[in-house]
Design a protein around this ligand. Sequence first.
Ligand code: SF4
Length: 51
Amino acid sequence: MPDKIKCTVSNCAYWENQMCKASAIEVNVDSGDTEAQSDSQTQCHTFKMKS
Ligand code: SF4
């Protein structure tokens, strides 16, 4: 896993200074399929709302 993951989701508990600080993340295709048809069809499922 890369040690630097850039992320723009600023209201995630793991987000800090444009980067992800989680030890691991899970990313899935929105449809539940295993192949995305475009770059807008994937999202991070490790997202946790910042309190
Ligand atoms: S867990 Fe996902 S949404 Fe949250 S900072 Fe990391 S990459 Fe971004």
